[in-house]
Write a protein that binds this ligand. Structure first.
Ligand code: ADP
Length: 307
């Protein structure tokens, strides 16, 4: 589990991270989102024990990483946005050298390196890392992040340099980590990627958590914050349907409008099952019913464009 309590980092009299309370449960694949300058990197640097909080705490599996950074490193796997390797060594040699810092037996280390290089499709590559593409470098970074078989994994922009095949393989690896019960925090601005792999999302803005939950819950929250409407659209040739819908009393219905061929119901949340039940005796003539709702990408732009 990852937990921050009133986590704060102050730079030049301004809070880059401001009393952040964040919990990522065991086994969760958590997408950490926010506009530029929101405080994501600063939070990650504190979670990985690389900078100290001004106040508040962050714990990984109950370990306070600021007080016990070495213990933190044992349980944490971290892929930074730009990972540096020894350029004149091969991928294998890099992992073998860096793996010696972990308390793992030589044979176990060698097995893991073989397995991980295979997993990120770098097995058998004899080139020195200095000749790697950015994508290969990032894949090797992912292998390094998993080398200590960490319970908790933090990945910063993990797909930024990957080609489409690399992205597909990366998604499979995340699914494997999820199956193994690992806790994963992914920081990315590629929202479609986050949506593809994450079970939970959290949005940070001006150093504070402003939304957290499933993709749908976070979308609901952003719809509320942006004042955007979501509508249930019903296409029907039944002239009495409008009156029927008007008679439904439901606090989630905000507005009902009639257009030439449809009825548009602005709603707080998706109440299609409720409508279907209420209208079950008036279904004849209904040709379509769908939710017209802005998606995460549009909402994110709308709410955070100014920032
Ligand atoms: P993000 O990763 O979400 O883009 P950052 O955590 O990098 O955001 O930055 C949050 C805020 O803290 C920004 O206003 C940034 O300018 C400021 N900041 C980050 N690092 C430093 C630093 N080392 N010194 C001064 N200000 C910083």
């Amino acid at each position: 589990m990852i937990k921050t309590e009133k986590l704060t980092k102050e730079y030049n009299g301004k809070n880059a991270v401001d009393n952040l309370n964040l919990e990522v449960e065991d086994g969760e694949v958590f997408g950490f989102l926010g506009p530029n300058g929101a405080g994501k990197s600063t939070t990650i640097l504190m979670l990985t024990g690389m900078i100290e909080p001004t106040s508040g705490t962050c714990t990984i599996e109950g370990v306070n990483v600021a007080l016990n950074p070495l213990k933190g490193k044992e349980i944490l796997g971290y892929l930074p946005e730009d990972v540096g390797f020894y350029r004149n060594l091969t991928g294998y040699e890099n992992l073998d050298y860096l793996g010696k810092f972990y308390p793992i037996e030589k044979s176990e280390r060698e097995d893991r390196i073989e397995r991980l290089l295979k997993s990120v499709r770098l097995n058998g590559v004899t080139q020195k890392v200095g000749e790697y593409s950015r994508g290969m470098n990032q894949r090797l970074g992912l292998a390094l992040a998993l080398l200590n078989d960490p319970k908790v994994v933090i990945l910063d922009e993990p797909t930024a340099n990957l080609d489409p095949e690399g992205v597909l393989r990366y998604r499979e690896i995340i699914k494997e980590l999820e199956k193994e019960g690992k806790t994963v925090l992914i920081c990315s601005h590629i929202l479609s990627e986050v949506r593809a792999v994450c079970t939970t999302l959290g949005i940070i803005s001006q150093g504070r958590l402003v939304a957290k939950g499933s993709v749908e819950e976070v979308e609901d929250e952003l719809i509320r914050q942006s004042g955007t409407k979501q509508k249930i659209v019903i296409k029907s040739i039944n002239p009495d349907l409008y009156t029927e819908i008007e008679s439904i009393k439901n606090p989630d219905i905000l507005e009902i409008e009639r257009t030439d061929d449809s009825i548009e119901i602005s709603v707080q949340t998706d109440i299609r099952p409720v409508l279907a039940e209420k209208l079950k005796d008036h279904c004849s003539g209904i040709t379509e019913m769908y939710l017209d709702r802005p998606v995460l990408e549009d909402l994110f732009l709308k709410v955070y464009r100014r920032e």
